[in-house]
Design a protein around this ligand. Structure first.
Ligand SMILES: [Zn+2]
Length: 172
């Protein structure tokens, strides 16, 4: 298995447009705490312009620099773990606008991976305070509470028989 596949396998990144190179894991610090950074790159050839919808033929959409974002992942080992993702930027010559490559691992303009969000929901079923849950998932108390509320809302939509208010305090 190549380094790229090893890392993808280790951190459960299924998006094949994200690649990892040897030496991509480095140690660092975040808010005074030791952490691991995993550097990856996201690029592909878009089929259409995301803004005007024109078909990407005859190089109408070109690559135009990269933008790095820091995405929270579930912890690898005992350290905070972040994906430093260099996302491809594109420029459309037809509508003269820029857009950034998308990935299934994180929602647009969000810095918490979908995996971390899934982990919040999984852990919310355990007898654990929101405070310790948020620490285990490397997110703020507020983020953990918001994800739980969002899920509770969608469940409420599907099962009208549930009580009016689902509250998550120190313990559920
Ligand atoms: Zn366009």
């Amino acid at each position: 298995m190549s380094t790229c596949n090893d890392i993808r396998f280790l951190i459960d990144v299924q998006d094949e447009n994200i690649t990892f190179s040897p030496g991509c894991v480095t140690l660092g610090e975040y808010n005074g705490k030791p952490c691991k950074f995993i550097s990856g790159e996201l690029t592909y050839d878009p089929t259409h312009c995301e803004k005007c919808g024109i078909k990407n033929e005859n190089y109408v959409v070109i690559r135009n620099g990269k933008q790095t974002s820091r995405i929270t992942l579930p912890m690898a080992g005992t350290s905070l773990t972040f994906l430093k993702l260099k996302k491809q930027r594109f420029f459309c010559k037809a509508c003269r606008s820029n857009f950034t490559a998308k990935t299934s691992i994180v929602e647009t303009s969000c810095h918490i991976s979908n995996q971390s969000k899934a982990m919040i929901i999984l852990k919310s079923g355990e007898a654990q305070s929101i405070k310790s849950l948020s620490r285990d998932c490397s997110v703020s108390w507020h983020t953990a509470q918001r994800e739980i509320d969002k899920t509770a809302q969608s469940i409420k939509h599907h099962h009208q028989a549930l009580p009016e208010n689902l509250s998550f305090d120190e313990f559920k």
